[in-house]
Design a protein around this ligand. Structure first.
Ligand SMILES: Cc1cc2nc3c(=O)[nH]c(=O)nc-3n(C[C@H](O)[C@H](O)[C@H](O)COP(=O)(O)OP(=O)(O)OC[C@H]3O[C@@H](n4cnc5c(N)ncnc54)[C@H](O)[C@@H]3O)c2cc1C
Length: 609
């Protein structure tokens, strides 16, 4: 019998990023006993990497902004596939959540009049992103953490959760192991909030850290939750591409928000070519006039709600860079040039200090003088655990989800800045409802010993295997395969190959042998993560295979058009069948009410008919 330590908490939060911390603060404030479990050190969650800002209609930079416009932009950016109820709640509450962060001590950048500054980002009609230079996530986490630790929660750092338990259909706890010493732990809980972030480590070129292996998505699926929109994975247009050791690291959209121009190897500002109709009016009959106009918009001399072409939504810009490459006009290392050097060097260093240092130190490029070289990088998953929009409860009673692991708000494509605001809006709601739900439970449910034995055995199995493959090789093959077969441009044929490859990767994963013992053994951790990576990759490939159209972040070369009929109305839903196979179905959100419909872009809606 292996030794297992038992813990009891009313609410267990899995994940200590923005969503998890915000949920923990809210649950603790209701007087319930809260545990927070995270795979890395507290403060190191992915949220800390967020750069550009958090979107909220504060209307500080442009008084015309409102929650209604934010709602419209979010629905439009998501190609009308998002849950309008979440988009409404998010747009209405984001500004209050930002003000609350300020009250808790977050030091946002200021306008000359002392208001919270806001910057332009793709798809947002007005400057909307509250920011702290280009290190917004760091300040957000610092503030939430400082607030959170004074609320009296128990924190379990460097613990990986591997299984969720249910009793009579309701969530009853989870199993985790300590990554430092390999000790085994069972957490009994009356409710759980899943806040485990994203899945982008399943692609070879990605902006995510090692934590993004998708375990939270897999945990929910294995426990029987419904998973939605898994075909929609966002490829951010601007990741670093050179030198190879830094490939994928994000170059914030803030660079384009501050006026960065995208150029091909011929020096042409190619984004104008992809949307000529947007600029052929009184502002700009020629590209030169359009450029001058864009310069005035960026420097704030011209008040308009139209943005430079580089600030079209991420799906459009990423595909344009891809098309330039296909046409033989790529930059030296296969991407595009991003040039901000036309702006005053001191302004660049002040507004984009992180980018200045990132390029100086990692690529020996001085962005105040030279262009950056950039290309698409897997960045964010719009798909995830399906939740009730008003409580964030999943289809499993007592299990809540918030942040990147949940789905609904972003539809087929997320707007930049809408994730940080998503975390604080829906993290709060999840924490509040998880606490209320836990109070409705009189006692903790018993977790059957057989289920504990089962997950203990599975967790320790890789350490007993001899002579198998190195888990790192299987992970690297999976990531390369997903990059090539389920990447930015997909086809039915490639996706079928991806699904077949995943079957064989699953077999290989089951026989890896990391060697070593339970103490500080990264090979063992990786051997355990592969199962989740295969599962989430399969969800993405399956849903992408079924969606026979191109929409937002999902592009099929064999179905290049956006369908305005059937596919415009349905969201994919993946569940685990009783025979262990993966099942896919489709469902729709309720009809959008007339008063909200009237806020949407009439031109788009005519097309949608
Ligand atoms: C470089 C970069 C820049 C970005 N910039 C912006 C931006 O400017 N604006 C914006 O809106 N969005 C931005 N994003 C996106 C945004 O940062 C993320 O979507 C968001 O931070 C996710 O937050 P989260 O709370 O859902 O998860 P995270 O912050 O990723 O936290 C996940 C937590 O779950 C834990 N965890 C995961 N699996 C397990 C497990 N099995 N057991 C225990 N714990 C587990 C992790 O340890 C971690 O604590 C950016 C993303 C990147 C990569």
């Amino acid at each position: 019998m292996e030794e297992v330590t038992f813990h009891k908490h009313d609410v267990v939060i899995i994940g200590a990023g923005g969503a998890g911390l915000r949920a923990a603060i809210e649950a603790s404030s209701q007087g319930v006993k809260v545990a927070m479990i995270c795979k890395s050190m507290l403060g190191k969650a992915h949220t800390v990497m967020a750069e550009g800002g958090a979107a909220a209609a504060l209307a500080n930079k442009d008084p015309r902004d409102s929650w209604q416009t934010h709602f419209r932009d979010t629905m439009k950016g998501g190609k009308y596939l998002g849950d309008w109820r979440m988009a409404q709640i998010h747009a209405q509450q984001a500004a209050d959540r930002i003000r609350e962060l300020e009250q808790w001590g977050a030091v946002f950048d200021r306008t000359p009049k002392g208001k919270t500054s806001q910057r332009n980002f793709g798809g947002h009609t007005y400057p909307r992103l509250a920011h702290i230079g280009d290190a917004t996530g760091l300040e957000l986490i610092r503030t939430l953490q400082q607030k959170g630790i004074h609320m009296g929660m128990d924190v379990f750092m460097e613990f990986t959760v591997r299984r969720l338990f249910k009793s009579d259909g309701r969530i009853s706890g989870c199993f985790a192991y300590d990554r430092n010493d390999g000790s085994l732990h069972v957490f009994q809980a009356k409710s759980i909030v899943l806040a485990t972030g994203g899945i982008t480590r399943c692609w070879e070129v990605c902006s995510g850290s090692w934590e993004y292996s998708g375990e939270g998505h897999a945990l929910a699926y294995w426990a029987g939750a419904e998973m939605g929109d898994m075909e929609f994975v966002q490829f951010h247009p601007t990741g670093m591409i050179w030198p190879p050791s830094v490939k994928g690291i994000l170059v914030t959209e803030g660079v384009r928000g501050e006026g960065g121009k995208l150029l091909n190897k011929e020096g042409n500002r190619f984004m104008f070519d992809y949307v000529p109709e947007m600029y052929a009016d009184e502002f700009a009959d020629t590209i030169e006039e359009a450029e001058a106009w864009v310069g005035e918009v960026v420097s704030g001399q011209l008040a308009t709600n139209r943005r430079p072409p580089e600030l079209l939504t991420r799906d459009v810009v990423a595909k344009a860079i891809n098309s330039e490459r296909a046409a033989g006009r790529a930059s030296e290392h296969g991407g595009a040039y991003l040039d901000i050097s036309w702006r005053d060097p001191d302004e660049i260093k002040k507004k984009l200090p992180g980018m200045y240092h990132q390029f100086k130190e990692l690529a020996a490029v001085d962005i105040t003088k030279q262009p950056m070289e950039v290309g698409p990088t897997a960045h964010y998953v719009m798909g995830g655990v399906k939740v009730d929009p008003f409580s964030q409860e999943t289809t499993i009673p007592g299990l809540f989800a918030a942040g990147e692991v949940a789905t609904g708000l972003h539809g087929a494509n997320r707007l930049g800045g809408n994730s940080l605001s998503d975390l604080i809006v829906f993290g709060k709601i999840a924490g509040e409802h998880a606490a209320t739900s836990s109070k409705d439970q009189t006692d903790f449910s018993t977790i059957p010993q057989s289920e504990i034995d089962d997950v203990v055995e599975e967790t320790l199995a890789p350490l007993h295997r001899k002579g198998g493959e190195n888990p790192a090789k299987v992970v690297s093959d999976l990531r390369e395969m997903m990059q090539n077969k389920a990447g930015i441009i997909r086809s039915g044929e490639l996706l079928e190959e991806a699904l077949a490859d995943l079957d064989s990767l699953e077999d290989r994963a089951a026989s890896t042998s990391p060697g070593g013992g339970r103490i500080y053994n990264p090979g063992w951790h990786q051997a355990l993560e592969i199962g989740a990576m295969v599962t989430v990759s399969r969800m993405c490939a399956l849903a992408a295979h079924r969606r026979e159209e191109s929409r937002g972040a999902h592009t099929r070369e064999d179905f290049p058009e956006t369908d305005h009929g059937h596919w415009s109305k349905v969201n994919s839903v993946i569940t685990l069948s009783s025979d262990g196979s993966m099942k896919i179905d489709f469902s729709s959100y309720p009809e959008i009410p007339d008063e909200l419909m009237s806020l949407l872009d009439a031109d788009d809606l005519q097309e949608e008919e």
